[in-house]
Design a protein around this ligand. Structure first.
Ligand SMILES: [Fe+2]
Ligand SMILES: [Fe+2]
Length: 172
């Protein structure tokens, strides 16, 4: 017959004695959840607002990202729940993406590109911390966040390429 201790040992991050660590991870996941939600808001606005021939590619790219970022938000929410946490309500939300507010001129696409790079960089930094905090401790969260981190690195790389083009043309 299994003792309480041996049961607990196989539970990993869901074990009673892992509560403190679990709460630490949940707090990081809640922050990540809000980052994704705010990114969805910012990318919707920036996939619609920009004017001009050059803006078209950027708008289309951001439109695709909206779906991906929303998917990330859902993954973070589900993982919060699995770790016995609660997905926060909208009143807990605080906006942080000052750099992704609409520019003065809607043809200022460089402003949008730089804003996206900053948002993706922020996500990359925070998700790297989650990967480090869950290493060997919570392999499921670890694995999930590594996948999401990969997506964000791809997003940033794409927009770095856009910025490079504008710099080469003397427009940034
Ligand atoms: Fe994301
Ligand atoms: Fe992203």
């Amino acid at each position: 017959m299994a003792t309480a201790d041996s049961t607990r040992a196989t539970e990993g991050i869901l074990a009673d004695d892992q509560r403190e660590k679990r709460e630490e991870i949940i707090a990081m996941l809640q922050k990540a959840y809000w980052m994704e939600i705010e990114t969805v808001m910012s990318y919707i606005a920036n996939s619609v607002n920009p004017d001009g021939v050059r803006a078209q590619e950027i708008k289309e790219s951001l439109e695709q990202d909206i779906t991906e970022e929303l998917g990330h938000a859902k993954l973070f929410a589900e993982r919060i729940k699995e770790l016995y946490g609660i997905v926060p309500g909208s009143e807990d939300f605080t906006a942080e993406q000052s750099y992704l507010q609409p520019p003065d001129e809607q043809v200022d696409i460089v402003h949008v590109i730089r804003g996206v790079i900053e948002a993706e960089t922020g996500a990359i930094e925070h998700y790297t911390k989650i990967v480090e905090a869950t290493d060997q401790i919570d392999p499921v969260t670890n694995d999930m966040v590594i996948d999401i981190l990969h997506d964000e690195q791809g997003h940033r790389r794409l927009f770095e390429g856009f910025l490079r083009e504008y710099e080469a043309l003397g427009l940034a």
